[in-house]
Design a protein around this ligand. Structure first.
Ligand code: ZN
Length: 358
């Protein structure tokens, strides 16, 4: 996904302009700015819901970067412990990060000790800069720093190209200072978060987060719901880890709350979920009415899609088709959103990977 939007929405501009009439000095304006911003975000409809005790989620829009969504595309979360708060992803712009910080401050005044990035994509971490003054540890897979160093100029230049230098000012790619290798426990006081890295799958720096108290699982983009899965790592790796990841979504055979990187989490009501074609019309997977196990349906849908891409590409390679032939002959899958944007790209990524397999 590309980084795009950054900055203030019209509502915020109006708020600041209104204040400028009464705040005569620059210092006053700055003070007003920082105190008013969380309220302005609240008015902008930035919502969070409590999926489990002390575990809050913001659902991003399903779409690509656009000024209208301000980069609010990924699902975000925060977990409140007895000692401090952990944030899981910060959104695709500083605006989103600030809105999330405002939402956190409406629930707790505890310090934010960790800001965790589930992977390198800009829709998940370009809001990090909003948290710099909180002085958290920025947690990510150890492989993320290198990936960000390679990509950060591209992320930032695209921001400037879309928004202009003035509005792009303030956007930063914040490099992690708490790298994770394998698995680590983060202590929030009274509850631990297990952060776990994975072999290359959606990207080469995927990381999941699971809360010890409620078992809530944040998958990052290792799980897409409704939004077509996007391959930016390894389709073979992704298919290989899905059974293990799916197992984390169950505790003693009971499903736990699951927050995908995009699309509705398992805390949403059945009524909302039944509107999702990806679940209700899927031909082979479990349906809500049969199993009540929503996360199993989610994982089955994603596994089916990735398996079908791998099968199609392997068949094309066996038939000695070119990449262009394979892409142009591929039928867009049903039941997913954004297929026009991402399906052919997935075929291309899978082709490049699978043409070298034994
Ligand atoms: Zn991603």
């Amino acid at each position: 996904m590309n980084s795009k939007t950054l900055g203030l929405d019209p509502a915020n501009k109006l708020t600041i302009d209104g204040l400028s009439a009464t705040c005569l000095s620059l210092a006053c304006l700055l003070v007003c700015f920082f105190f008013v911003l969380p309220a302005a975000h609240a008015e902008s409809g930035f919502e969070v819901h409590e999926i489990a005790a002390g575990v809050w989620v913001h659902t991003g829009e399903i779409g690509d970067f656009a000024p209208e969504n301000k980069g609010d595309l990924a699902n975000l979360g925060f977990v409140i412990g007895a000692r401090c708060v952990a944030v899981i992803d910060t959104g695709g712009s500083r605006w989103v990060g600030e809105a999330l910080l405002g939402a956190i401050r409406s629930k707790t005044k505890l310090p934010i000790c960790y800001v965790i990035a589930t992977h390198m994509h800009p829709d998940h971490l370009l809001g990090h800069a909003a948290f710099l003054d909180e002085h958290p540890q920025f947690v990510a897979a150890a492989s993320q720093a290198r990936a960000l160093i390679i990509r950060r100029e591209g992320y930032l230049s695209r921001q400037k190209a879309i928004l202009g230098e003035n509005l792009a000012q303030g956007t930063e790619v914040v490099l992690p200072n708490h790298p994770i290798i394998g698995t680590e426990q983060l202590d929030l006081g009274g509850r631990m978060l297990t952060v776990k890295t994975w072999r290359t799958a959606h990207t080469d720096n995927d990381l999941t987060v699971q809360d010890s108290q409620t078992h809530t699982l944040f998958t990052g983009d290792l799980l897409f719901v409704d939004h077509l899965p996007v391959i930016d790592g390894s389709i073979k790796g992704w298919l290989a880890i899905l059974p293990e990841l799916g197992a984390l979504a169950h505790e003693e055979e009971k499903s736990v709350p699951v927050v995908p990187g995009h699309g509705p989490d398992t805390g949403r009501s059945d009524k909302e979920l039944q509107r999702l074609e990806v679940i209700t019309t899927k031909p082979t997977g479990p349906e809500i009415g049969q199993t009540k196990d929503i996360s199993s349906a989610y994982f089955a849908a994603e596994t089916d899609y990735l398996s079908s891409v791998a099968k199609e590409v392997r068949g094309a390679l066996k038939a000695q088709q070119t990449l262009q032939q394979t892409v142009s002959s591929s039928t867009l899958p049903a039941h997913w959103k954004l297929v026009e944007w991402y399906h052919r790209r997935n075929i291309t990524a899978a082709f490049a990977e699978l043409e070298w397999e034994d």
